[in-house]
Design a protein around this ligand. Sequence first.
Ligand code: NDP
Length: 297
Amino acid sequence: MAARIISGKDIAREIRDELNERVASLAKDGLVPGLATVLVGENPASRLYVGMKNKAAAEAGIHSRQVTLSESASETELLGVIHDLNTDPQIHGILVQLPLPRQIDESKVLLAIHPDKDVDGFHPVNVGRLATGDPNVLAPCTPRGVIEMLLRSGADPSGKHVVVVGRSNIVGKPMALLLLRKAAGGNATVTVAHSRTPDLGAITRTADILVVAVGWPNTVTRDMVKPGVTVIDVGTNRVDDPTRPRGYRVVGDVDFEGVSQVASAITPVPGGVGPMTIAMLLANTVEAAIRLGKAGG
Ligand code: NDP
């Protein structure tokens, strides 16, 4: 059996088309969602990510503003920028691109962003809202994207056993909390595995849906999944490939060739979860704008 491919590229396009329409209709009522991205330093990957996010925002009709600080910027300077954005009525979403230079305490910065403008969903208030099942939470973009992929590809997690491999604050933990919610896209029975899980295969073989967010190629192989499983591969890893002009290619955490012989559906890497993350950032920005707009903010 060759698995059906769940194309994040196609689903993200569908979501972005829907958002375009939503933003156009909000504009008629005088509300233009605004996203501010804050970049500190010269990290080339961070510059690339921020550029992609701003481009996507502009394409959706979202007002986007990039604030760039030098590598030597102080924590006080960055906190001042966030304070200004928190009180700026044109800005509804604030994203500080991580990692930050060493002199800046990341947790202090994330705590300074107003929770209602925290479109990355990393503020402890939003983590708490997610844990308590608050429907108005701004949930982290990557796991939120995974839920959308499952729902839109006909793999509703409700009533299913979902195994999440990875327990990071950015992917694994919020993923598990979203799947547990008593709401659309939730109602799953959830098991979370990590690096201290002995015999990972014994756990992953019990999954109806398997979400893998580890950061290591081939962590999940064909013998570790049960026939008919739906597999979502969050991993993004560079492996050497001298046949490619750049000398490398990007692969996920799952052995795609082997697992796709057994699974009923699987996401590719690239073109899987990656494009969903940006689509969900836009969705969070639009939702934040609507809520802040209603609140008169
Ligand atoms: P982290 O490194 O923060 O977390 C990795 C998790 O995997 C940890 O919980 C770790 O366990 C667990 N782990 C490591 N090795 C194993 C193993 N052999 N068996 C079982 N569990 C293991 O990574 P992130 O969660 O931030 O990211 C995971 C992957 O997803 C990365 O490849 C990243 O690039 C990708 N990613 C992709 C995104 C996208 O948009 N496509 C967005 C975000 C991330 P422990 O806690 O015990 O250390």
